[in-house]
Design a protein around this ligand. Structure first.
Ligand code: EPZ
Length: 430
C-alpha cells in the first residue's frame, strides 16, 4: 500500500507552480461532449478524478487524445451510449456533470450516482429540481440517475441552497434548452465562471456567471474550441498554508490573486507576510502564528476546501481559535488524527474550538479525504520526528505530484510501498 513517510521540521522555502483547477476541469471536460466538433483543453491537472472522468467518457465513445500531460483533445462525434455505468465513476462527485451535459445535448442521460469525499450527506435535490424545471423527467433507480425530456425549455429557477454542482449542472442543461433560463441564488465560485466562459467559447449565451443571477439564452448548437483552464485556487491555498505551518517562505506561481483573497486575508490576520504580484503570491511566516476565528462560506467567503488547512495552522497558533464549518456537516473527521499528533481541538457540532499548542509530534495517521489528507501532510511537515500517512489515494484525487512539489520546497517526504522503504528513508534522513 502506498504511503507518505515524512520527517518534519524543515521550513518549506521556494517557488511552486500551480496547476489547472480540478473543480473547473471536471465540468469543462463533461461539457465538451456537447459538441460534435473537437475541443482542445489546456492546463488540465493530471490527477486521479480527472483521469477517471476521461476514462468514463472514452468508454461511451468520446475520442480522448492526450496531446501532452496537461493538454487533451476531445471529440464526442462518435458517442455511442448515453448510459454511463462505469463503476470507478461512482468514486467521484463530478460523475453527475455528465447528466447535465448529456441531457442538454441529447435530452437523455443515465449516469451512476456520484460518490466523492465523505464530508457530509451531499444531497442532489437542487440538481434534480433544476432539471425538472427545464422539463426533464428525473428518477433515481438501481444506483443510477436517469433524466430525459422531449424538449428542454428555459425556466426561472431559484436555488434553495447555494450549490456549486447544481449551478453548474443546470447551466449545462440550459445551454441548449429553448428560450431563456434564469438561475437565482447561483454559486459564484471561479470554477462556475470558468465553465460559463468555456461554454460561451463554444457558442453558448451565458451572462452573469460570478454573480448570484445567471441568465442563459439557449442555443441550438455548440462548436469546437480551444480553452485554457484557470489555476487551482485550493492547490495554491494549500501551499500558502504550508508556508504558514512550517514557518516557511513560499511563492505560489501561475495563480489569479483575486481568487485567493479570503485565504490571503486570513494569513495576514494570523501574522504572515503576504506579497502579491500579477500572477504570484509570496507567503512568509517568520513570526509566531496568532489565533483567529473563521467560518467557511460560499465564494467569495473562506472556502470549505481550505478548512482543514487553516485548522492545522491555528492548532499551532497562540491562543484560542474557532473554526465554523457551514457548508458540509461532516468535515472535521481529520481532527482525531491531528489530536494524535498533539493538537488540542474540541469539536462541537459544526464548530472546532482550537487551543494552540507549541508543536506537533509525528505519528501514524490516515488521510480521511482529499483536503484533510493534504492538511495532515502539512502538519506532519511541521512535526517533530517521523509521520506515515496512509490512504494517500484521496490526496492523489486532487493534487498533482504533491510529494514531488513539497520535496522541491525542501520537505523530507517520500512515497513508499513497504516497511522496508520506510526504514530506508529513516536511515537516509537520519
Ligand atoms: C463542490 O462540491 C466541490 N466539488 C467541493 O470540492 C467543494 O467542497 C464544494 O463544491 C463547495 O465549494 C467539485 O467541484 C467536484 P455544493 P459540490 O453542491 O458541488 C448542499 C474538493 O475537495 N446541497 O456546492 O458537491 C450540500 O449538501 C471537493 O475538491 C444540497 O443541499 O458542493 C452542501 O451542504 C470536496 N442540495 C452545500 O449544498 C443539492 O442539490 C454545498 O454543496 C446540492 C448541494
Amino acid at each position: 500500500m502506498e504511503q507518505y513517510v515524512i520527517k518534519g521540521g524543515n521550513p518549506l522555502v521556494g517557488d511552486v507552480e500551480i496547476g489547472g483547477a480540478k473543480n473547473a476541469a471536471l465540468p469543462i471536460l463533461a461539457a465538451s461532449i456537447m459538441t460534435n466538433e473537437s475541443v482542445y483543453i489546456d492546463n488540465l491537472p493530471d490527477v486521479r478524478d480527472i483521469n477517471v472522468l476521461l476514462t468514463a467518457m472514452s468508454n461511451i465513445g468520446v475520442t480522448v487524445k492526450r496531446e501532452d500531460r496537461h493538454k487533451v483533445m476531445l471529440n464526442a462525434g462518435g458517442i455511442n451510449s448515453l448510459i454511463v455505468e462505469e463503476e470507478t465513476l461512482k468514486k467521484i462527485r463530478a460523475s453527475y456533470y455528465l447528466v447535465g451535459a448529456l441531457l442538454g445535448k441529447y435530452k437523455y442521460a443515465e449516469v451512476v450516482l456520484p460518490g466523492g469525499c465523505d464530508i457530509g450527506s451531499r444531497a442532489i435535490d437542487q440538481h434534480i429540481k433544476g432539471f425538472r424545471s427545464l422539463g426533464a423527467t428525473v428518477t433515481i433507480e438501481h444506483g443510477m440517475i436517469k433524466a430525459s425530456a422531449e424538449h428542454l425549455t428555459g425556466a426561472h429557477i431559484y436555488m434553495d441552497v447555494v450549490s456549486v454542482g447544481a449551478t453548474i449542472n443546470v447551466m449545462m442543461a440550459a445551454t441548449m434548452a429553448e428560450g431563456v433560463t434564469i438561475i437565482e441564488n447561483s454559486a459564484k465560485e471561479p470554477h462556475v465562471v470558468d465553465l460559463a466562459n468555456f461554454l460561451n467559447s463554444m457558442g453558448a449565451n451565458i451572462k452573469g456567471a460570478g454573480t448570484d443571477v445567471i441568465r442563459i439564452k439557449g442555443v441550438s448548437k455548440l462548436h469546437g474550441t480551444n480553452y485554457t483552464i484557470i489555476p487551482d485556487q485550493i492547490e495554491a491555498g494549500t501551499y500558502m498554508f504550508a508556508a504558514a505551518v512550517t514557518k516557511g517562505d513560499i511563492t505560489v506561481k501561475n495563480i489569479i490573486p483575486k481568487h485567493l483573497e479570503s485565504i490571503t486575508a486570513k494569513l495576514l490576520e494570523i501574522g504572515c507576510e503576504v506579497e502579491e504580484t500579477d500572477d504570484c503570491i509570496r507567503v512568509v511566516a517568520s513570526r509566531q502564528l496568532q489565533h483567529t476565528h473563521v467560518k467557511t462560506l460560499p465564494y467569495p467567503g473562506f472556502p470549505t476546501d481550505m478548512q482543514p488547512q487553516i485548522t492545522v495552522a491555528l492548532a499551532l497558533a497562540k491562543g484560542t481559535s474557532i473554526v465554523t464549518e457551514s457548508i458540509f456537516e461532516n468535515r472535521f473527521k481529520y481532527v482525531d488524527e491531528l489530536t494524535r499528533m498533539g493538537a488540542n481541538i474540541k469539536v462541537e457540532g459544526n464548530t472546532a474550538i482550537i487551543d494552540g499548542v507549541g508543536r506537533y509530534t509525528g505519528a501514524s495517521i490516515s488521510a480521511p479525504d482529499l483536503r484533510a489528507g493534504a492538511a495532515l501532510v502539512i502538519a506532519a511537515l511541521a512535526a517533530d520526528g517521523f509521520t506515515t500517512v496512509d490512504d494517500i489515494k484521496y490526496i492523489e484525487r486532487g493534487y498533482e505530484d504533491f510529494h514531488v512539489k513539497l520535496h522541491n520546497l525542501g520537505a523530507q517526504i517520500e512515497l513508499v510501498q513497504t516497511e522496508k522503504d520506510i526504514q530506508k528513508f529513516k536511515m537516509k534522513v537520519g
